[in-house]
Design a binder for this molecule. Structure first.
Ligand code: CP
Ligand code: NVA
Length: 299
């Protein structure tokens, strides 16, 4: 695997191998015998805010023997309009790999093409693959695996998180029911790409959550949509709270990629009840991304 641009591009075997390696790297943290990024410098180019992704990549690159170089897009010429392809060509001659968080998926695709470096998508408007790999690791640790489990996603049905989850369900073969207001549901052209029959979309959060083992939500307004107050108004009734979860499977877990807006997509009470899982999920960003870095460094 040369790059990690999208869950859509991965096979079940690749996803499972990354989760397996993440579990091993977590167990051997502090005692790694291999330093696959030894002598390498990795650029981390972010156009959007981040706490978890930035810190976990900086720490992870160091722990694998490399040096991270954080570049806010505002501080480099990219922020003044220098084209992606020129930025990529320059970095391709200087660093050994790039982690990018930005808006358009095409930008990470172009960066990979023009830099010829390994490129990792640290979130775009279309996908958040690193998050989903960490979430799958968390599901493995908490529930033993994903086979036969029902997953529910309540919230924005066409966000980067939902799209990555839909591709994960499609590739790994688990049931996923997305509950979302009509206006935020994936378009028919997107759904037509999914052929497993395991991913469905509805307007009733109770239907999604009934019998679910893994219940997931995310912010109602993703980065870049903060001004869309009319969109937020559509989400009344789509909050994760204890009443909604009454019919979930016994032993269910709640996931939230964070940051969370308590009182909006999830109640403070429910989030606090599930902090053990949710902050394990945040920690697993480090381990899952180290597995991705190790994997792309072998390509
Ligand atoms: N979940 C996640 O990607 O968090 P950050 O925006 O803080 O990186
Ligand atoms: N969907 C959210 C995820 C944040 C980690 C966003 O894009 O803002």
């Amino acid at each position: 695997m040369k790059n990690l641009l999208a869950i859509e591009e991965l096979s079940a075997a690749q996803i499972t191998a990354i989760v397996d390696e993440a579990v091993e790297l977590k167990a051997s943290r502090g005692n790694h015998t291999s330093k696959p990024l030894d002598g390498q410098t990795w650029a981390i180019i972010f156009t959007k805010s981040s706490t978890r992704t930035r810190v976990s990549f900086e720490v992870g690159i160091r722990e694998l023997g490399g040096s991270p170089m954080f570049l806010s897009s505002n501080d480099i010429q990219l922020g003044r309009g220098e084209p992606i392809k020129d930025t990529a060509r320059v970095l391709g001659r200087m660093v050994h790999g790039v982690v990018i968080r930005t808006f358009a998926q095409q930008d990470v695709v172009d960066f990979a093409e023009f830099s010829k470096l390994p490129v990792i998508n640290a979130l775009t408007d279309d996908e958040h693959p690193c998050q989903i790999l960490a979430d799958l690791q968390t599901v493995r640790e908490k529930l033993g695996g994903w086979d036969g489990k029902k997953f529910a996603f309540v919230g924005d049905g066409f966000s980067n998180m939902t799209r990555s989850w839909m591709w994960a369900a499609e590739r790994l073969g688990f049931e996923l029911v997305v509950a979302s207001p009509k206006s935020c549901q994936p378009p028919a052209e997107f759904m037509a790409q999914l052929s497993s029959g395991l991913v469905s979309v509805c307007e009733d959060p109770k239907v999604a959550v009934a019998g679910a083992d893994v219940i997931n939500t995310d912010v109602w307004l993703s980065m870049g949509q903060e001004g869309q107050k009319e969109k937020e108004a559509e989400f009344a009734g789509f909050q994760l709270n204890s009443e909604l979860l009454a019919d979930a499977n016994q032993g269910h877990i709640v996931l939230h990629c964070l940051p969370a807006y308590r009182g909006k997509e999830i109640t403070d009470e429910l989030l606090e009840k599930h902090t053990d899982t949710i902050f394990q999920q945040a920690e697993n960003r480090l381990h899952a991304q180290k597995a991705v870095l190790a994997e792309v460094s072998r390509a």
